[in-house]
Write a protein that binds this ligand. Structure first.
Ligand SMILES: CC(C)(COP(=O)(O)OP(=O)(O)OC[C@H]1O[C@@H](n2cnc3c(N)ncnc32)[C@H](O)[C@@H]1OP(=O)(O)O)[C@@H](O)C(=O)NCCC(=O)NCCS
Length: 329
């Protein structure tokens, strides 16, 4: 049997736009208050893209840093995947736009749509390509500008989301390091719970789709919450089993940053103390595909990740989808 290569993260970078939208400012926009938002979600502020910044611009900033930290030139990158649900436009893909901006002429490029699970789905995809030798490296970016599809008159959703991008470079690593396991899944039956209907082939953009707000995120928060708590538990157990690791061996837990209460449920189930968990939902809110890489890269930048550490990444999102991975740094 062909020997598979070990694949790991060899460079990281992140970017959030400058503009900060605080809970206090949201209080002036919709009927809400800081106390409600903090107690229900843990969110205090979020970053919002400037009017002239599209998702590829956020992705570009994070990608440049990731390439620099990996010590790889853009023209040597062989594959670019952008995980996003807020592409610059329907097509060309944001990955192609980014390929041109970076000058990554050699790279195959495509977007991957798995909402907030998109980054982990993309890691698994690129891992397969590199493991088998089809490519030697890959640039993976989780980037979203959810502010562009958020209705700032709807208090049920507008307090929850922010914009940002996180990037990693993947390459071959010594045996025993890198990704040990993945667990990806989907429950299409729950697709109605979290969606953006307008502008697709079922419901093309029209005056009517605008009038009825179908160009904005629709979410059934309570049902998504239940799904999230359930799959954060089952996906972490499954991905640990596949990696042959016990929950006590996790050095750093990097969950999707949607809601502090969902993260706390997962930490309890894994018996993890707070110092083993990355939490930055307070600063960035839910940035969709950017959420896990923003948390991971921030932890790396703060010196919280050491060589040989075992990390568990896990996220959930629209689709409905989930994705988890165990890796050794
Ligand atoms: C959205 C969410 C924070 C709501 O929290 P909750 O505890 O479930 O709150 P409820 O749905 O019970 O709503 C309670 C009340 O607060 C109100 N409310 C909603 N948003 C509010 C806001 N921003 N400010 C003040 N009140 C608000 C609701 O209208 C409701 O009022 P009612 O009882 O009079 O109808 C929570 O359901 C959640 O986080 N869900 C998962 C969302 C998620 O992760 N999405 C992304 C997936 S990738």
């Amino acid at each position: 049997m062909m020997k598979l290569r070990s694949v790991g993260i060899i460079g990281t970078g992140k970017y959030v736009p400058e503009r900060v939208l605080t809970n206090a400012e949201l209080e002036t926009m919709v009927e809400t208050n800081d106390e409600w938002i903090v107690s229900r979600t843990g969110i205090r502020e979020r970053h919002i893209a400037a009017p002239d910044q599209a998702t590829s611009d956020l992705a570009y900033e994070a990608a440049v840093k990731a390439l620099k930290s990996a010590g790889i030139a853009a023209e040597d990158i062989e594959l670019i995947i952008v995980a996003t649900v807020t592409p610059d436009m329907t097509f060309p893909s944001t990955a192609c736009i980014l390929q041109e901006k970076l000058g990554a002429k050699k790279a195959a490029a495509f977007d991957l749509s798995a909402a907030c699970s998109g980054f982990v789905y993309s890691l698994a995809t690129a891992n397969g390509f590199i493991q088998t030798g089809m490519y030697n490296n890959a640039l993976i970016i989780g980037a979203d500008a959810l502010s562009r599809i958020t209705d700032y008159t709807d208090r049920n959703t507008c307090v929850l989301f922010g914009d940002g991008a996180g990037a990693v470079v993947l390459g071959e690593v010594p045996e025993g390091r890198g990704f040990l396991s993945f667990d990806l899944g989907a429950e299409g039956a729950g697709g109605e719970l979290l969606k953006l209907e307008g502008g697709g082939s079922r419901c093309p953009a029209s005056e009517e789709t605008i009038r009825s707000g179908k160009h904005f995120i629709y979410m059934n928060g309570r049902e998504v919450f239940k799904f999230a708590v359930r799959v954060m538990g089952t996906a972490t157990e499954e991905v640990l089993r596949k990696a042959g690791k016990d929950k006590s061996e996790i050095d750093l837990f990097v969950p999707h940053q949607a809601n502090i209460r969902i993260i706390q449920f997962a930490m309890q189930r894994l018996d993890l103390p707070e110092e083993k968990c990355v939490i930055n939902v307070d600063k960035y809110a839910n940035t969709s595909a950017a959420s896990i890489p923003l948390a991971l890269v921030e932890a790396v930048e703060e010196g919280r990740v050491k060589e040989g550490d075992t990390l568990l990444l896990v996220g959930f999102g629209g689709g409905l989808t989930w994705g988890a991975s165990v890796l050794v740094w």
